[in-house]
Design a protein around this ligand. Structure first.
Ligand code: FIX
Ligand code: ZN
Length: 435
């Protein structure tokens, strides 16, 4: 299954009779469980080949990932304005030179590119990218996707699909082919966060809505959501929300959430994913890399979970300062599922902190991570990092459990890792292959 990072650590034979593990055996059993269980990646920006150029892959896309663009401008004298005039290949060359040749690629995102090149047996220290480009050029996406998912140790990918995206929406309206490993999500940012800029797109699809969302607008948004739920067969509906998000409040966002989105989720029996705490475009000159983070008031989550008990909320928060609160609210509301270490949280030191407190406060009743991959091969390093980071944390929890007086078996560990990375998601969303 995944690259054999851990197999060499096997020392003492593991009891096969379901016997309790000795403390020294626990780390290997945890590593093997993490390595052998295929994970479900519940949030990505990946697409199947049917979405054409929306599906990003290969070395130039890996290098021009917005995480690396943000780092590039800290290590290059190139102006942003000049950078945006370059071709994708020229941009990738500039980023490779500045972050991988002229400096050591020790950041999480640069190390990721190195790990991907290494996983394919490609050189990681050459000035030119020709060998890597030739390699990726020789791949066919149809064969490359399952191979990459296998290398990453994931069986299932959940996409992010925007029914108002001018490039993506027509593909769905013309009927895009399903893929058994990819599932859709109905993403609602344009409706909930930027209605004034996007209500016309709904009107253009034949829904009687207006700028103030007055009259039939709310009912028409509900009809829009139910039509797209039938078309996309999403596994959940989702929206990222700013750090200033307040619920309840007298805003259009809250009106649409309360009167259209939450009822539509109940009607289609879909969870709603809320990703809270982004400060959009604090530096628009950086484009996709221009977003930042802010501490949110999570009492909005408290109100939503309390006031809408028959809705289920998948929640990820962007601010480090909000992580503990989210854990506490999850102890209060079982219609709340914390998931992932989102975006600026997806760094080993912070993933360790968040995962430790979640295990201590929630046991295995949360979803530890998602990749948020925008480029296909990113799943290889993002999931290798997750397995590498979580192994010692899980092993330590089992060591403490056996020290406290309860023996641990290999089957316990297999069950728990399966719950964290598969069955929690499977119990919250319908991940059966779409026909
Ligand atoms: O809102 C989101 O889904 C975010 O993950 C993205 O907007 C963000 O750009 C990203 O790629 C984070 O990793
Ligand atoms: Zn995302």
């Amino acid at each position: 299954m995944t690259t054999d990072v851990f197999k060499s650590a096997r020392q003492t034979p593991i009891p096969t009779n379901g016997g309790f593990l000795a403390a020294a055996q626990i780390p290997t059993v945890v590593q093997d469980a993490l390595a052998s269980i295929p994970f479900i990646d519940i949030h990505t920006h990946l697409f199947t080949p049917g979405f054409g150029k929306l599906s990003l892959w290969g070395i130039d896309e890996l290098l021009t990932y917005h995480y690396l663009e943000a780092e590039f401008f800290r290590s290059s004298r190139m102006t942003l304005e000049h950078y945006w005039t370059l071709s994708k290949t020229e941009q990738a060359d500039a980023i490779w030179r500045a972050l991988f040749i002229e400096n050591s690629p020790i950041s999480e995102a640069t190390r990721g590119v190195i790990a991907v090149l290494h996983a394919f047996g490609l050189p990681t220290d050459q000035t030119a990218l020709s060998e890597a480009r030739n390699f990726f050029r020789a791949q066919t996406l149809e064969a490359h996707i399952p191979r990459v998912l296998e290398m990453a140790g994931i069986s299932t990918v959940v996409m992010t699909n925007d029914p108002l995206d001018p490039e993506e929406a027509p593909l769905w309206l013309n009927g895009v082919q399903n893929d058994k490993q990819f599932h859709a999500v109905l993403r609602l940012d344009r409706i909930l966060n930027t209605w004034p800029d996007h209500w016309q797109a709904l009107a253009a699809q034949g829904y009687a809505v207006d700028a103030k969302a007055s009259g039939k607008s709310v009912a028409e948004v509900r009809r829009f959501l139910s039509d797209w739920a039938k078309r996309m067969q999403p596994v959940y509906m989702a929206c990222s929300l700013p750090d200033t998000f307040e619920f309840p409040s007298d805003t259009l966002n809250c009106l649409l959430l309360r009167e259209a989105v939450l009822p539509a989720c109940r009607e289609s029996n879909l969870p709603l994913s809320l990703m809270i705490g982004v400060r959009k475009q604090v530096n628009p000159r950086l484009r996709l890399a221009g977003d930042a983070v802010g501490k949110a008031n999570l009492r909005s989550v408290e109100a939503l979970c309390r006031d809408f008990p028959s809705n289920r909320f998948l929640v990820s928060v962007l601010s480090r300062e909000n992580q503990h609160e989210l854990c506490v609210f999850a102890r209060k509301f079982n219609n709340l599922m914390p998931f992932g270490c989102w975006w600026f949280m997806n760094n080993t030191s912070i993933v360790e902190e968040i995962t430790r407190e979640r295990l201590e406060m929630l046991g295995t009743s949360f979803i530890p991570q998602h990749s948020d991959a925008r480029v296909l091969e990113q799943v290889i390093y993002k999931w290798a990092n997750t397995r590498r980071t979580l192994a010692p944390i899980l092993a330590e929890n089992y060591r403490l459990l056996s020290e406290d007086g309860r023996g641990v078996t290999a089957a316990d560990i297999q069950r728990d890792v399966t719950r964290l990375f598969r069955s929690n998601a499977e119990s919250w969303m319908d991940l059966r292959p779409r026909s």
